[in-house]
Design a protein around this ligand. Structure first.
Ligand code: FAE
Length: 525
């Protein structure tokens, strides 16, 4: 055989082998995703922060894990995320109209989108859907709670260990970084932050820099037009096509690399049954991107981790209880809160000098820290409002203490969750918002934003649902649900309704703490 023929034959043989391998692999994957009745040692429901941390640490420990996610695997699908100015497929989970907190003028074809809004009587809760959960749609603000408040909320946790180990670990894994001050000073897309900070200082408030998981070096390149734009192209709550280190690029990517994690997207768990041998059976609907069920499936597992997010986990537990008396501890559903979320805004902000800027980055980097004020303790994000033109409007998402907690129950007749939460729960939040806006307007001019919200106050907007399966109350000290031997809850529902800052850093750190200890104590042996 001459050299040329040898090379050609070898290349053909090798590529034939790879072709066979990859076909076999794809076939195996297809069979796995098509199997209607399946046994798995460990199942995780939901691929947000709690789920992603659990998946990584278990798969690193050599455990085989199946993760079920009702939303789409956006990366695999190749479908691009839409931006704020042109909502498309990723904008509103199976809805015919966009669902942003305001200005919903856009009609849509129902699609398994990345953002969902759950409407309760007095409050609307926004959540992320898709592989990566809330990390796909959120603003990426990676805020560590104040140590004093963390100790108040979690008196039984070792705060020193959290501040010296878990929080730094989570910052590293989530790729948290901070904007360069010179870029912030120079970039026209951050005029809203500069104006917001100047005005806050003039009104006597303290401001802080807020870290983020969006890669600020990428953003600088966006600004110089060296790479495709994302934050500078109004992408955020319907997903970011570039720049953001969402969980699919961090924890989940690492977990998949172990070869021990399998993620099945568009798989919605409907309810759970407890079997006599203390294992679980899950009733699952596999859906298509129009939300139609294409297969009903039944999976069995010995160990079950619920990481479906606060509302998803509570719905699964309470629905399963209502359907067939699935055991739930009496504290499940209690101690729920909106993390003190309260939106407000100001109109007529510097209307004669370019307002807050016609072009705005979607990634917030500044906040007002009034937490130590005994009368009006709050933290507020100086939020962007990228509307493609200058609207001379400042937007704020306040985070307050939660003086009065709510409760989540299940209405069996209407087959849906009910939230015991009304205006009485947000009284002091509204007082704080009023105090803040009045002080800002007095020092700087402007009016309360009737343009954005009814009467200028968005009391019913919640991005941070927390609680209902509180650590050490409904669960043991590591997230194992009481009255169960093989069921664990690892997500935002472990935090008792408030943490004083944007919550995902804390959710991730608590999940790291729990799964480390669950593995150490041989729960998954
Ligand atoms: P989460 O991330 O919600 O993941 C739960 C997953 O479970 C989702 O992917 C669901 O689709 C899936 N799921 C639910 N039910 C089922 C079921 N029955 N079967 C299968 N799968 C299911 O859970 N937080 C910050 O710290 N900083 C921010 O800047 C920030 N901005 C936000 C902006 C927006 C618009 C929103 C909506 C939230 C924001 N948050 C932010 C909140 C943050 O994303 C949220 O607290 C976490 O994502 C919650 O993490 P979990 O692990 O609890």
């Amino acid at each position: 055989m001459d050299r040329k023929k040898f090379i050609t034959t070898s290349v053909l043989a090798v590529s034939g082998f790879y072709f066979l391998q990859s076909n076999l692999f794809q076939a195996a994957q297809r069979t796995a995703s098509e199997q209607k009745d399946r046994e798995a040692p460990i199942i995780i429901v939901g691929s947000g922060y709690g789920g992603a941390v659990s998946a990584l640490r278990l798969s690193e420990a050599g455990k085989k894990v199946v993760m079920l996610e009702m939303g789409l695997n956006w990366e695999k699908s190749g479908i691009p995320f839409s931006n704020l100015l042109k909502p498309g497929k990723s904008a509103a989970w199976l809805k015919k109209k966009s669902i942003a907190p305001f200005m919903n003028l856009f009609s849509l074809t129902p699609f398994t989108a990345a953002l969902d809004r759950l409407d309760y009587e007095h409050i609307n809760v926004w959540v992320g859907r898709g592989v990566g959960g809330g990390s796909i749609v959120n603003g990426g603000m990676a805020v560590t709670p104040k140590e004093s408040y963390f100790k108040e909320i979690f008196p039984d946790l070792d705060a020193e260990k959290f501040y010296n180990f878990y929080f730094p670990l989570v910052h590293k894994e989530l790729k948290v970084n901070v904007i360069d001050e010179q870029f912030l000073k120079d970039c026209p897309y951050y005029k809203f932050t500069r104006v917001g900070e100047e005005e806050a200082h003039k009104a006597g408030f303290k401001t802080i820099r807020v870290p983020n998981v969006y890669d600020f070096k990428y953003m600088e390149k966006e600004f110089r037009n060296e790479v495709p734009r994302s934050a500078l192209n109004t992408e955020v709550i319907y997903g970011n096509n570039h720049g953001k280190n969402s969980l699919d690029k961090t924890y989940l990517k690492k977990a998949l690399e172990t070869g021990n994690l399998e993620i099945l997207d568009l798989h919605k768990v409907d309810h759970i049954k407890l079997n006599e041998d203390k294992s679980y059976t899950l009733a699952i609907q596999q859906i298509d991107t129009a939300g139609q069920t294409i297969a009903d499936k039944t999976f069995h597992c010995k160990k079950l981790i619920l990481s479906a997010g606060t509302m998803g986990t509570l719905e699964l537990l309470l629905r399963s209880h209502s359907l067939h008396n699935f055991p739930v501890h009496e504290l499940v559903g209690k101690n729920w809160g909106n993390n003190g979320n309260f939106m407000t805004g100001r109109n007529w902000v510097k209307p004669l000098s370019g307002g807050t800027g016609a072009q705005q980055s979607t990634i917030p980097v500044g906040g007002v820290d009034n937490w130590d004020d005994p009368e009006h303790p709050f933290f507020t994000e100086i939020a962007p409002l990228p509307m493609g033109m200058d609207v001379a409007t400042a937007l704020y998402l306040l985070i307050n203490r939660v003086d009065k907690k709510g409760e989540v129950t299940y209405d069996s007749a209407q087959t849906k969750l009910t939230l015991n939460w009304d205006q009485s729960h947000t009284v002091t939040m509204k007082e704080n918002a009023n105090y803040f806006i009045k002080k800002m307007n007095k020092a700087n001019g402007g009016t309360r934003s009737h343009f954005l919200f009814n009467n200028g106050f968005g009391a019913d907007i919640c991005y941070h649902p927390l609680g209902g399966c509180v650590l050490g109350q409904a669960t043991n000290q590591y997230g194992k649900l009481k009255e169960h031997e093989n069921l664990y809850v690892l997500d935002g529902s472990l935090i008792p309704g408030t943490i004083g800052v944007n919550p995902f850093v804390t959710i991730t750190a608590i999940a790291e703490f729990c799964i480390e200890n669950l593995i150490r104590t041989n729960e998954f042996a």
